[in-house]
Design a protein around this ligand. Structure first.
Ligand code: PXP
Length: 250
């Protein structure tokens, strides 16, 4: 089996940098369009209840401007349900959310919150929105996802990425869960905390058809783009010393 492994780019942290100054730069929509032109298969954005990075307007603009699918990450609340329906997104990934967490800590507890999650899924499906559930690599959780008849499951890879001592055990657990997901006719996605070295391993699991990566890629973009940004600024400074428009017309 050698099926394509798709790559979704999470642009949340472009918005984190923008929001640090409260302005418009850097624009996550521009980042999404660059990702699209670089070959990304989808764009992922998490509209958090506290709006710490991506905003409601960002979501509207992304829906309007992207040619590739937008994968809206959201918690299973009525507020988010309304936004997903009103903005006409085609894909939603339900994730757990705690106000004080720095990032999504662990997957959804589908077993414990089946009634609420099932309600949200039914409503989303009425609008032909494909639903994915972000869960820990745990067979019982995936079984619960299957019972809720979702389109896909996204396995939380955070434990694998962070675990330095027992990486093999975490890897085998993800592999087992990916096989189980596929066997149950659900698409299997994976993401969280993935870096180059982690991807080298996770990409070997053929049952996984999509990876969603954000923080590391945005971090790497700083290093890849820093030199060019400084060179461009230096050029502007040098050229501006040669031609001083404001002083000439004063
Ligand atoms: N997938 C899901 C469901 C997530 O919640 C996140 C983080 O927002 C990611 C993937 C991307 O994680 P990271 O930013 O660590 O690459």
């Amino acid at each position: 089996m050698n099926n394509k492994l798709k790559l979704g780019i999470n642009i949340d942290h472009v918005a984190t940098i923008r929001n640090a100054r409260g302005g418009l730069h850097p624009d996550p929509i521009k980042a999404a369009l660059i990702a699209q032109s670089a070959g990304a298969d989808n764009i992922t954005a998490h509209l958090r209840e506290d709006r710490r990075h991506i905003s409601d307007i960002d979501i509207k603009k992304l829906v309007k401007k992207l040619k590739i699918p937008l994968n809206l990450e959201m918690s299973p609340t009525n507020e988010m349900l309304k936004i997903a329906i009103n903005t006409k997104v085609k894909r939603v990934c339900l994730v757990p959310e705690k106000r004080k967490e720095l990032t999504t800590e662990g997957g959804l507890n589908v077993l414990k919150n089946k009634k609420r999650i099932s309600y949200i899924i039914k409503k989303l499906k009425n609008y032909n929105i494909k639903v994915s559930l972000f869960v820990d690599p745990c067979i019982k959780q995936i079984t619960a996802c299957k019972e809720l008849k979702v389109f896909s499951v996204e396995l939380h890879t955070g434990e694998f990425c962070e675990n330095k001592r027992n990486k093999k055990k975490e890897f085998l657990q993800i592999k087992k869960c990916a096989e189980f997901t596929k066997k149950n006719n659900l698409e299997c996605h994976a993401g969280h905390g993935l870096k180059y070295d982690d991807v080298k391993e996770i990409a070997k699991i053929n049952e996984i058809s999509e990876l969603n990566i954000g923080h590391f890629i945005i971090g790497e973009a700083v290093f890849f783009g820093l030199k060019n940004s400084i060179i461009k600024m230096k050029k502007i400074i040098e050229n501006s010393r040669k031609r001083n428009f404001y002083l000439k017309s004063a």
